[in-house]
Structures are given as C-alpha cells and as structure tokens.
Design a protein around this ligand. Structure first.
Ligand SMILES: *Cc1c(COP(=O)(O)O)cnc(C)c1O
Length: 378
C-alpha cells in the first residue's frame, strides 16, 4: 500500500506574492473601508462581464440584496434546488420570503425545471438556479420557464466564476447573477461577492442597501467622502466590501485565466483516471467551458460513506459532501412539501474529491489510487 505522508486539502485559496503586495495598498493608504479598491474591482469586473457589478461583503449578501433589489419580500416564494449550500436558502429566508425546495436532475445535480413547475403557486415570484460545481445545467430552460410564468431569475453562480455559456462568461447574460468570492471559490477576495445585472432599478437598490440604505452613499465613498445629509427610504444592511478585500479580489481577477486552467486540467485528469471505474461517476465530465469549483463524484451502492471518508482521511485525503439537501434541515423542512426523491438518492452517493489550483497531477493520481483501493475493500 502506498503511504505517502501528505495531506491533500479538499479546497483552499491559492495566494501568491501578488495578493500579499496588493493588500499593502489599502494598508499604506490607511483607508480600509469601501473606496478606490472596491471601485477598481467593480470597474474590472464590469470590463470582464460587459455590464455593471456591485461588490458586497459575501456571496450570501449578494443573493439577499439581489432578491431584495428585485422586490422579493415577505409572502413571496422563491423556487430553489434543494441540493445547494445553505447560503442560498438563508439568503431567501433573510428577505422574509419562503424558499421552496425543488428536486434536481440526476444527470446534472441541478434544478429539475419540470419539478419546479409543479411547485408553482400564486405566491411564486422568482427562481434561483444554482450552478452546481461550476456547470450551468438547463439554464436556457430555466429562463424559458421563467418567461412563461412571469418570474424573475436570480442565478446563484457562486461555483461558476469563469464558466462560459453560449460563448460568454456566466454573469454576462441573464436577469440577475450573483457570485461569491469567499476564501475557496474560483477567485477569492478573502470574503466577498457581487451582484451583476443591467437592471438599473436593481443596481441602484443594491448599491444603497449595501450601505445601510443611505441614498447614493456609493458615489460619496468612491470619491473618498461619505454622506452626512442623507435620506433612507428602504431597509439596508452593512454589507459593503472593504478595500482590503477588493485589493485581493483584483489580483485574483487578473490571475483568473491561469487559476481556471489549473482547475480544468486537474478535473480532466480526475475524469480520465476515474473513467474506467463502473462504480464512480463524476458529476461533471466536460471542462472546456466549465471552470469547476468542486469535484463531486457519485458512488453507487456505497454502504457507508463515513467509513470511506475516514479511510481516505487516514491516507491523507480530505473529502467533502456537497451538500445535505436543504429540505432535510430542520429550519427549512416543510410538512406540505412533495417528496424530493432524486435529491435524496443523489445525496447518499455524493463525495467531493480535493480540487484547488495548487494541486498537481501526482496529487490527483494519488487521490484516485487511494479512492479505488479503499473502494475495492468496501
Ligand atoms: C459559497 C456559496 C454561497 C455563498 O457565498 P459566501 O460568499 O460564502 O457567502 C452561495 N451559494 C453557493 C452554492 C455557495 O457555494
């Protein structure tokens, strides 16, 4: 048995000298709040995506403010796949609206539009597709469904920064698109996120809401000022991004191509190495247009995932489970909910393998060898 003394982390930020140097800019300026670095990050994101981006403190805040920006609130229902990070659900709940858990498609692990359609009510106002692992699933069908039913779309693109759809980066098109820049995402600002849309009303609401609802405070901050004689006309939050975070984010945005290529190459190697196994099915298999954030596989007939995870941990391989479906969480479980059989079946089979830009081919080969060996004994 191979027993190399290494620990392969499930995910982590990839930080170089450039990020460390960048953080010195706001520190040297002794201006740490929302100022020129955030403005610069927004300008650079807009250049990449071709339309305005509003930076906020976290990806969860981006989702909450996007929903608030399109007018979602108490009494409204938002359709969302159950297989997502709890952030999607909490962001909906934070607006006072109800997240309505929808089933997923077994092939993509993303929203099943037919199931979402069955959960429509008179209160349904929006749908939140989640770009699981970095793919986009049936995004065109989601938009067709939303058009038919008069729903708004808020894309949870937390996993998909850099992914290309119809020849353009995710975020370049679509109603409202939200990214996360938390520590382990495809690009990071430490913590952070952004809302991308061309809807002027939503943009202006999100800009004000991130600064406690203080009207037009964004322009004041970007010129090194702040507003004193202001009015507030809506609920706001202290959700702005700081210049320290933006300085890291700008560096990562500039590095996005090499970070993305690394993720793509590693994921391709996983898919090749695991392709021969009849028990292991990677959720994503094509990576030319997809920048994978995680590498989940489905393992059929797994008697005890925890045992497998412990065995892999003993061999120095960290694994994860993305995710426990949200309709199984106490806070989001609803007694009137139709069953979600696919999400539950897929959940039992899911295992995420290590993926981050600082791994190399030999790490992937090691993980695959350990996984295949451990599985052959189960
Ligand atoms: C990371 C993530 C979020 C939230 O982003 P944060 O920046 O961590 O708040 C939302 N949805 C999904 C699917 C995520 O993975």
């Amino acid at each position: 048995m191979t027993s190399k003394p290494r620990t392969i982390r499930l995910s982590k930020a990839s930080i170089g000298d450039a990020e460390k140097q960048a953080v010195l800019r706001p520190l040297d300026r002794e201006y740490l709040g929302m100022g020129t670095e955030v403005q610069g990050f927004e300008t650079e994101l807009e250049a990449y995506l071709g339309r305005p981006a509003v930076c906020v403190a976290t990806g969860t805040a981006a989702l909450q403010l996007a929903l608030q920006g399109i007018g979602i609130g108490p009494g409204d229902e938002v359709l969302v796949p159950s297989l997502t990070f709890v952030a999607s659900f909490q962001a909906i709940a934070a607006t006072g609206a109800t997240p309505v858990a929808c089933d997923i498609r077994a092939d993509s692990c993303m929203l099943d539009v037919a199931d979402a359609r069955r959960r429509l009510t008179a209160r349904t106002r929006a749908v939140m597709p989640v770009h699981y692992a970095g793919g986009v699933g049936d995004l065109d069908q989601v938009y067709a469904f939303a058009r038919d039913e008069g729903l708004r779309v808020v894309e949870d693109a937390a996993h998909a920064f850099g992914t290309v759809h119809h020849g353009k980066p995710v975020g370049a098109n679509g109603d409202v698109v939200c990214f996360s820049f938390d520590g382990i995402k495809n690009i990071t600002s430490g913590e952070g996120g952004c809302v991308v849309t061309d809807d002027p009303e939503t943009l202006s609401r999100v800009r004000d809401a991130r600064l406690l609802g203080v009207e037009n405070d964004t322009s004041a901050r970007f010129s090194g000022q702040r507003s004193w004689d202001f009015d507030v006309t809506a609920q706001g939050w202290r959700y702005h991004m700081s210049d320290i975070m933006a300085a890291i984010g700008r560096t990562q945005l500039a590095r996005r191509e090499s970070l993305a290529e690394k993720r793509q190459a590693l994921a391709k190697r996983y898919a090749q190495r695991l392709g021969a196994s009849d028990r292991i099915a990677p959720v994503l298999t094509r990576f030319d247009d997809v920048v994978p954030h995680i590498f989940p596989v489905r393992i059929a007939g797994l008697p005890d995932r925890d045992v497998l995870r412990l065995q892999l941990r003993d061999r120095g391989v960290e694994t994860g489970v993305h995710y426990r479906p949200n309709h199984l969480l106490t806070f989001f479980a609803r007694s009137d909910q139709a069953p979600l059989p696919i999400a539950e079946r897929v959940y039992a089979e899911l295992l995420s393998l290590p993926l981050h830009p600082d791994l190399d081919d030999s790490d992937i080969d090691y993980v695959c060898a350990q996984l295949l060996e451990a599985l052959s004994a189960i």
